[in-house]
Write a protein that binds this ligand. Structure first.
Ligand code: GTP
Ligand code: MG
Length: 149
């Protein structure tokens, strides 16, 4: 079982898409183990997206992510990290397959509504960056018996 860090960005919250997007993960059979609506400050945004510090879009990315609250989440399941990346779709929403979250709800790379960890290392780093251990719930969902063989 893996955990991934997922975050609905300010445009998803502003566009009132939180419920619809959360449903995608629940309907797939993944398990929500932490959720926090939070205003991300500049320091946290820069640490989270540190790998992009040298990119030309870094300034506008930080401005976007800090513009309004985001919904930070930890989501659990078998192969959760790669499964969630598939559900999220390509970085550029115009290249994202229809049926994916970005493919269905977004038009622009700079407004692509959601973030998801891209590897086990980044998942661990990002979960620890956004959540304390006691904010992550360890629980058994009864219908896991129907979701997994
Ligand atoms: P995240 O899940 O948000 O990390 O997206 P990703 O892993 O699909 O893409 P990546 O890590 O390469 O880029 C991080 C974020 O920076 C993207 O989600 C976009 O919001 C933004 N970004 C990436 N490339 C561009 C770009 O060329 N122009 C602009 N404006 N933003 C970009
Ligand atoms: Mg990324």
């Amino acid at each position: 079982i893996q955990k991934s860090f997922v975050m609905m960005k300010p445009d998803a919250v502003q566009r009132r898409l939180m419920g619809k997007i959360l449903s995608r993960f629940e309907e797939k059979g993944l398990q929500i183990v932490a959720v926090k609506l939070m205003q991300i400050n500049e320091d946290l945004a820069k640490t989270h997206y540190g790998e992009h510090a040298d990119k030309p879009f870094f300034g506008s990315l930080i401005e976007y992510i800090t513009s309004s609250p985001s919904l930070a989440m930890v989501i659990e399941g078998e192969e959760a990290i790669s499964t969630i990346r598939k559900l999220v779709g390509a970085t550029n929403p115009l290249e994202a397959d229809l049926g994916t979250i970005r493919g269905d709800f977004a038009m622009d790379t700079g407004r692509n509504i959601i973030h998801a960890s891209d590897s086990p290392d980044s998942a661990e780093r990002e979960i620890n960056l956004f959540f304390n251990e006691d904010e992550i719930c360890d629980y058994e969902i009864v219908d896991n018996k129907l979701i997994y063989e």
